[in-house]
Design a protein around this ligand. Sequence first.
Ligand code: UD1
Length: 423
Amino acid sequence: MDKLLIHGGRRLQGEVRISGAKNAALPILCAGLLVPGTLELSNVPQLHDVGTTLKLLDRMGVKSTRDAAAGTVTLDGSSVTSTEAAYDLVKTMRASILVLGPLVARFGEARVSLPGGCAIGQRPVDQHIKGLQALGARIDIEHGYVVARASRLKGTRIVTDMVTVTGTENLMMAATLAEGETVIENAAREPEVVDLARALIALGARIHGAGTDRIVIEGVDALHGGAYRVMSDRIEAGTFLCAVAAAGGDLRLTHCEPDTLDATLDKLREAGLRIECGPDWIRGTMDGRPKSVNVRTAPYPGFATDMQAQMMAVNCVADGTGVITETIFENRFMHVQEMRRLGAEIDTEGTTAVVRGKRGLSGAIVMATDLRASAGLVIAGLVADGDTLVDRVYHLDRGYDRMERKLAAVGASIERVRTVDDA
Ligand code: UD1
């Protein structure tokens, strides 16, 4: 099992190319199921989750060719042979639920394993199911699988109980092939939802209002092939900015979309990071020690829950006390115990964490528990005195494109190691 060995205390200096967004790439790959032709994607990040999605699609008969280094994937959905997503893959990647909407919309049937809970919370999919039922699908839960059947979905008005990103995406994809108009109220406004809508429009879908809380989809009889470039990863960009805010230095991020990062940029400015932005770049400079900030996660355009662990790492070494409140997932503080092993002073009560910043942390062995928690631990390790060994790096590999190489290229002392006991 791979681990990351970090020798802390180096400033970060140089340029980082930001990759395509995981949370846009995964739904857009699943949209390949809607297309009886080819979908050519570019700016697809080199991530484990992309590989898992392609495997999932391959089992259904969607052929793909991928040039991982070039970031291109071509999907061919013209001869789908199966409408099942099995437990062995779904359990490793919750985003697999995104095949449900496309399958039932195009083929009138789908059998998709229920993802189950995960480390950060229960994460039910009831809103996906409720929305598909409203569109006319019959849904049964059989042997741990969601089984959906429909002749043709019928457009309707759906009001979700809470803002859900993949829920909105699943229903938007399903509605592209429904008969008549579908309105999704209380829709997620995340930029990745907008990116998926743009991709679907490039394939012939009729969608208005993506990026607002009311999305209107006029169903069409069929989509067609096309090409699309996946948006830049705002969470990866935010993670590198947190890294420079904590470790100090001067980073210029290229190929990014500053407009999608407002809440993160505001908090980092408040923390003392000097930020300059161009149309597709962001420069972050930090000389002294960061200042503590209070953070409350919220649906977009609020502060992203996917940035919470990284911002906590900044607070761990900041001047002052910062309060972090997690409002999206009920159990997303598992990095706290590990950050404490590095000497951080953090108290938690329920979904609130009080972080008393310290001048320094001290390196230790820590365990990554989920994707963004791992990124928080890497940032803490960049600042800690001595060696930090981050175990279970596979979490990080699921969602960050060669993070340690990018960090090493801007001056961090970080390397991937494989220990003998794992051989
Ligand atoms: C997506 C992102 C994830 C991010 C999250 C919140 C992808 C692949 N993943 O996850 O990185 O952390 O948005 O920004 O894009 N909920 C229900 N019932 C449902 C659906 C959701 O109760 O049917 C709840 C969830 O448990 C959670 C909240 O709603 O408390 C928001 O979840 P949601 O936006 O759906 O997160 P994901 O789409 O799974």
